[in-house]
Design a protein around this ligand. Structure first.
Ligand code: ZN
Length: 308
């Protein structure tokens, strides 16, 4: 990927792997909350201190075999929940100061279900780099209808994924425990919204499972909207459903601009028809189980040669 937004800062290149030679030194240097449960086998070089897009700073440790087991029998749908659990178990330390809008448990633990999706995705990419390296190979279908090809692509997660920091206005609003707001350009109504977390996304996924659901786009928005000025709570879904489509676009842009995270849209090119297309970086099972991809490839190669 060659195109990068100049306004974004790639923190991935700044956060370095920190071999923690002596965890007691690490603890005495940091005034942040500590976990009470002592973990027996932290080995040097297997941890990394990362700074998420909101400023949240944590030390992650490499994934271990028992975390690999979380994926046993999992489908693509299970991946967000599983990876959030893995982040919870791989977070060794939360460093202070913690952004004001995050609360920690008595033991000093962070609940990644309640963390901004932007921070969580950044941390997941860092955990993947720490555990399995920064090279990520994946396969997508060529979108041209006449082209039967699969596109095999490779990215360097350290270099090719731009990081979008949390804008100062969002940081201020969230720290003051206030929602973000946007004034709709035509109707003039002020919409107040929150930024996504795994918890919100999970509720959204459950809602989308309901096949009788109507007003889908309005319902999706309502998971993040806490108030629309001049509109009664019961009328919000109808208000959003009847909103002009250009106002919808403006609102969605404002909600995106207020957010943080990583830019996962990348341009890939088909080796057959040479057409380029934009795809969203797949964060599914192959992201976490690259050996599965490799195993399938080997199997395909073997089955082809056996036919010849
Ligand atoms: Zn093609």
């Amino acid at each position: 990927m060659t195109e990068q937004d100049h306004t974004v800062k790639n923190q991935a290149s700044e956060s370095q792997t920190e071999p923690l030679q002596d965890t007691s030194v690490q603890k005495s240097e940091d005034t942040g909350p500590e976990k009470s449960n002592v973990k027996p086998f932290p080995k040097p070089g297997k941890m990394k201190k990362i700074v998420c897009p909101s400023g949240l700073t944590v030390t992650l440790r490499k994934m271990q075999t028992h975390e690999y087991d979380y994926f046993d029998g999992a489908t693509e749908r299970d991946v967000p929940t599983i990876t959030t659990s893995i982040l919870n178990s791989c977070t060794e330390q939360v460093h202070s100061p913690v952004p004001a809008f995050y609360s920690l448990s008595k033991e000093g633990n962070l609940d990644w279900m309640k963390v901004l999706t932007g921070d969580r995705l950044y941390a997941l990419v860092q955990l993947r780099i720490l555990s399995l390296g920064s090279k990520y190979e994946f396969t997508v279908h060529c979108e041209r209808p006449y082209c039967p090809r699969m596109i095999h692509w490779k990215v360097d997660l350290d270099e090719d994924i731009p990081v979008l920091d949390l804008p100062d206005e969002s940081l201020e609003a969230l720290s003051a425990n206030k929602p973000l707001s946007f004034k709709l350009p035509d109707s003039g109504n002020v919409v107040k919204f929150v930024l996504p977390t795994a918890e919100i996304e999970e509720r959204l996924m459950k809602m989308e499972d309901n096949q009788f659901q109507t007003k889908i786009t309005a319902q999706r928005l309502l998971h993040r909207i806490v108030d629309i000025e001049g509109v009664e709570p019961n009328d919000r879904s109808t208000f959003l459903d009847k909103m002009d489509i250009d106002e919808l676009a403006e609102l969605q842009i404002a909600m995106d601009d207020a957010d943080c995270g990583i830019d996962t849209n990348i341009i890939v090119q088909c080796g057959g028809c040479k057409a380029s297309q934009e795809v969203s970086l797949p964060f599914g099972l192959t992201f976490w189980l690259p050996s599965t991809l490799e195993r399938n490839r080997r199997r395909r190669r073997r089955s082809r040669s056996s036919k010849e």
